[in-house]
Every structure is written in structure tokens, then in C-alpha cells.
Ligand binder design. Structure first.
Ligand SMILES: NC(=O)c1ccc[n+]([C@@H]2O[C@H](COP(=O)([O-])OP(=O)(O)OC[C@H]3O[C@@H](n4cnc5c(N)ncnc54)[C@H](O)[C@@H]3O)[C@@H](O)[C@H]2O)c1
Ligand SMILES: O=C(O)C1=N[C@H](C(=O)O)CCC1
Length: 272
């Protein structure tokens, strides 16, 4: 790590997590950004340790801390893949530090989103339930297909993730659902059908259905199914490596350096 060059300094929150460690490796290997901080939750075993050593390698000169504001004050960007309550707190602190906040956390509900929106009045926030190029392109294709088809075509979104995932539908599934709803000219909130179980009755015409599979080490798989009488269209994205999300997040952190305060998504970053 060098403190002397002028590439943006980045803090990773949730550094010990699946995405946190992926991001740390990517940033340490990058010549476009510097790792200047690592944040974990209070009480975590890595607090006070050198991050590189905690990850089982050589020291990197960054000590893991639970003092997020002090870490953010030294950074130009914060990359955050943690949990909803933590992300809301980090949004306020990143805004205070005027650092770009890249949010990958999913499972955010209306109350969280309202607080993130408020923080974006003071700083750049880039938020997406999926930071990969492939999924963001798929949202565009989904919108286009939904626009071309009427409600004789039932839309179903099926997703699969690893056994440790805590939220459903996935952030990606919701992005795809929003894209389908937009294409069809309806509000997803009025047509969302998730969690079928028992005697559900026949499918409601025009609804967008969600199903979630959880198991093993699946990184992330999403099908958008358009099912009509006699034919079916299936649009599919398969993630095999979390590096796709980390690359997108780093790209967002760099892109955000030149933007005005506000809330953005990966469609903005990628120019899709
Ligand atoms: N947007 C995307 O492209 C994308 C991709 C992958 C994962 N995700 C999302 O990112 C989130 C994290 O996923 P993961 O698989 O890395 O989970 P994980 O459980 O492996 O990691 C989460 C980390 O956050 C830390 N954390 C929790 N509360 C904290 C706090 N208050 N302060 C600091 N650290 C805290 C945990 O200790 C843990 O290390 C999930 O919401 C997941 O859905 C999004
Ligand atoms: O592993 C996860 O958790 C993932 N979360 C995002 C989602 O909810 O869609 C992106 C894919 C991986």
C-alpha cells in the first residue's frame, strides 16, 4: 500500500466477509486505487489486527477497525457489502466524510432506502443489488422483452444462491423484477408474488413471481422466464466468481469521484 500516490483511497467495510475479502484482494492488486482502511463490526476477532495477517497472508499496513468514521475520514470512497442496519449507519458517516459510498448490501427495506436517499443529498452513493456487467445488461434486455410482450406471457424470476445467504428474493431478482415491471408499465409493488406455499389458488394474470433456491456454494444464478401457452423464453445469468461484483464495485468507486452528490446505480456507472 502506498500513501504517496494520488489514486483514490478506499475503505472496505465487512472486510472479513465473502465480498469484503474479494474486494481487499482486488484493491491491493490495483494500480488505480489504494486500500486505506478496513472496517469490521464491533467485537469481531479481526479488530486491531493487520488485515493481511488476519487474511492469512503478509502484512499490508492496514489495521482492521470498528471506528468507521475515523476510517472514512481518510478515504475518498467506501465500498460496503455488509448488512442493512450497518449500511444505513455507514451512509450517514460516509456522507459526513464526503466519501463516495458504494453499496452492494441487499435486503434493504423502505426505511433503509429512505435513510440512504437522505444521505445522498450530501455525497455520491452508488447502490445496486448486483454490480456485475452481465446482470445489469440483463435488466435492460428484460425490460425490452417485457415491453414487447403482453400479460398472456407470465413472468417468473427464479434465483439460486449459496446456503449462507440471508435475504430473499435476492437483490438481483428484485432488480430484474423492477425491469420487467417497467417494461410492462406496471408497479412491481402491486404485482409481486413471492413465497408461494400451500393452496395458493391459480396464478394472478399480470403478476411477477419470485422463487428462491438456497444451497451449497452457488455464487448466484438468475432466470427470467416469460411463459405463454405453447412457448417459453428464458433469459439467464450465471455468476461463477464473486470477482465480477468486486470489479463492478471498484469501478463504481472510481466513477463516483467525478459525480455530484446524489443516488446512482450501475446502469449510470456502466452507461447502459
Ligand atoms: N450487489 C452485489 O453485486 C452483491 C454481490 C454479492 C453480495 N452482495 C450482498 O452483500 C452483502 C454481504 O454479502 P457477503 O456474502 O459478503 O456476506 P458475509 O456475511 O460473508 O459478509 C458480511 C460482512 O459484513 C460484516 N458486518 C456486519 N455488520 C457490520 C457492521 N456493523 N460493521 C462492519 N462490518 C459488519 C460481517 O461481520 C461480515 O464480515 C449481502 O447483503 C449480499 O447480498 C451483493
Ligand atoms: O451472495 C450474495 O448474497 C449475492 N447477493 C446479491 C443478490 O442478492 O442478488 C448478488 C449475487 C450474490
Amino acid at each position: 500500500m502506498s500513501d504517496t500516490n494520488d489514486t483514490p483511497g478506499i475503505v472496505v467495510t465487512g472486510t472479513s466477509g465473502r465480498m469484503g475479502q474479494m474486494l481487499v484482494r482486488l484493491i491491493l492488486a490495483s494500480d488505480r486505487a489504494r486500500l486505506v482502511g478496513a472496517v469490521e463490526r464491533p467485537g469481531h476477532a479481526w479488530i486491531g489486527r493487520d488485515l493481511g495477517e488476519a487474511m492469512g497472508g503478509a502484512p499490508v499496513g492496514v489495521t482492521v477497525t470498528d471506528d468507521a468514521l475515523a476510517a472514512f475520514a481518510r478515504a475518498q470512497a467506501v465500498i460496503d457489502f455488509t448488512a442493512p442496519a450497518a449500511t444505513v449507519e455507514f451512509a450517514a458517516l460516509a456522507a459526513q466524510a464526503r466519501a463516495v459510498h458504494v453499496i452492494g448490501t441487499t435486503g434493504l427495506e423502505a426505511e433503509h432506502l429512505a435513510k440512504i436517499k437522505a444521505a445522498s443529498r450530501h455525497a455520491v452513493i452508488v447502490r445496486a443489488g448486483n454490480m456485475s456487467l452481465g446482470v445489469n445488461l440483463l435488466t435492460r434486455i428484460t425490460r425490452q422483452v417485457a415491453q414487447a410482450l403482453d400479460a398472456d406471457w407470465d413472468i417468473e424470476i427464479v434465483e439460486a444462491h449459496h446456503r449462507m445467504k440471508v435475504d430473499a428474493p435476492s437483490g438481483t431478482a428484485l432488480m430484474l423484477g423492477e425491469a420487467a415491471a417497467e417494461g410492462r408499465g406496471i408497479a412491481l409493488a402491486d404485482h409481486r408474488d413471492s413465497g408461494r406455499d400451500g393452496i395458493t389458488g391459480a396464478r394472478e394474470r399480470g403478476d411477477i413471481g419470485f422463487s428462491a433456491i438456497r444451497g451449497g456454494d452457488v455464487v448466484g444464478e438468475h432466470d427470467v422466464i416469460f411463459a405463454a401457452d405453447g412457448e417459453r423464453i428464458v433469459l439467464r445469468h450465471i455468476a461463477t466468481d464473486r470477482a465480477i461484483f468486486a470489479r463492478g464495485a471498484l469501478r463504481a468507486a472510481l466513477w463516483g469521484q467525478d459525480q455530484k452528490p446524489g443516488e446512482y446505480d450501475m446502469i449510470d456507472v456502466l452507461g447502459l
